[in-house]
Write a new protein. Structure first.
Length: 100
């Protein structure tokens, strides 16, 4: 039969319980080694490893298009493709026009 074991996490050094039911689960899965990390460090490692390249931002990057401000001629970027039939303004001029 299994008995609760106290193990020490190799990452953070904290002591954690490797419970009888967990040991049973491990044995069922055929794992012969005790877990070497506490549940928190295991979860942290899983979080780091799982999704490559995605550094926390779930929002897709919006594509920006180069444009020339119709007011001051400055280079700017807009989140839509400038169509030519509507003037595009840089952020400053856009703010100025909206404040008027
Ligand atoms: Zn730990
Ligand atoms: Zn401008």
């Amino acid at each position: 039969m299994f008995q609760d074991k106290i193990l020490t996490c190799r990452d953070c050094g904290v002591e954690f319980v490797f419970s009888a039911s967990e040991q049973e689960f491990y044995a069922e899965k055929g794992f012969t080694n005790d877990p070497s990390r506490c549940p928190e460090c295991r979860a942290a490692r899983k979080r780091q490893g799982g999704y490559n390249g995605n550094s926390g931002s779930s929002r897709p990057q919006r594509e920006m298009y180069d444009a020339i401000c119709a007011e001051c001629g400055a280079k700017t970027q807009v989140p839509f493709r400038p169509s030519g039939d509507r003037p595009v303004y840089c952020r400053d001029c856009f703010d100025k026009r909206n404040r008027r």
